[in-house]
Design a protein around this ligand. Structure first.
Ligand code: LIP
Length: 263
């Protein structure tokens, strides 16, 4: 396990925010049958979680900046450090009572992601990584899967929602190519969880277009510290600015990237 002061701060903040989300998640079940539905309630739950994370991290590391899904950019006096915060990744799953969502937070130091935490409070799964110290799932070291062929692999993806119509045609082409080569394809609905599945060896790869920096910041270091490869869909390292990602062990990442490029 990672015993650094930084990881203690991050996991404590994630657990506190997750405690509130888990309470709210229980209420969402009851709201499914309400006429208005749980939409507004989920937005409030998302904002409560983000407020908890902002308060806890500001107290522990005064001066660090923030890039948050709900609250946007908060400039800090310490220009070397920025928190990347997604208080509730997998919002639609949460809204529909599906227990695949996470608190996702990462620390960027001098332009590099140096630590990440992905915590699913519904299942009490804590995924952590810190640069040079490895990646862990509930304190057990994680390694990416060792499979070497797409045919034997399970690969996660991001099916664009109705609102992501700009990505529909490209995804349909990619999915057709992927289905012709990959053993099993899954759509979990939360990028942070997708990346935790790759880091923990449950999924062999993952790709998605149209994701946000806060969706993937923590998961990127989970995969890298678990021995995996992460690039954008051109094979470069501009995932956060291009809002796209391709990941896996060295072989599967290369095969998946090649497949998608040719699609
Ligand atoms: C979600 C991502 C997911 C993507 C969804 C959505 P959110 O983030 O984690 O991978 O496919 O469209 O962007 O909105 O739940 O934080």
């Amino acid at each position: 396990m990672i015993r650094s002061a930084l990881m203690n701060v991050m996991t404590a903040a994630a657990i506190k925010a997750g405690r509130g989300l888990k309470r709210d998640y229980g209420e969402v079940e009851n709201l499914q049958v309400s006429v208005k539905g749980p939409g507004d309630f989920v937005t409030a739950a998302d904002q409560r979680a983000e407020k908890t994370l902002f308060e806890e991290l500001s107290r522990a590391r005064p001066g660090y900046g923030f890039l948050m899904e709900e609250g946007g950019v908060v400039e800090g006096s310490d220009k070397s450090h920025v928190w990347h915060i997604d208080p509730l990744d997998g919002t639609s799953n949460f809204l529909h009572g599906i227990p695949i969502f996470a608190v996702s937070l990462a620390l960027e130091r001098d332009g590099q992601i140096v630590a990440g935490v992905v915590y699913n409070p519904a299942t009490d799964d804590m995924y952590v990584a810190e640069k040079g110290q490895g990646a862990f799932h509930n304190n057990r070291r994680m390694r990416v899967a060792a499979r070497r062929t797409l045919a034997e692999s399970m690969v996660a993806c991001g099916i664009p929602p109705l609102a992501g119509i700009a990505h529909h045609a490209r995804f349909q082409t990619e999915l057709a190519a992927a289905m012709a080569k990959i053993g099993n394809i899954r759509r979990l609905g939360a990028a942070a969880i997708d990346l935790a599945m790759v880091a923990s060896g449950r999924c062999d790869g993952y790709w998605e277009r149209g994701i946000k920096p806060w969706d993937i910041a923590a998961g990127i270091i989970l995969v890298r510290e678990a021995g995996g490869f992460v690039t954008d869909l051109s094979g470069g390292s501009d995932m956060m600015t291009k809002s796209e990602i391709c990941t896996g062990n060295e072989t599967i990442h290369r095969l998946l990237l090649d497949l998608l490029r040719k699609a």
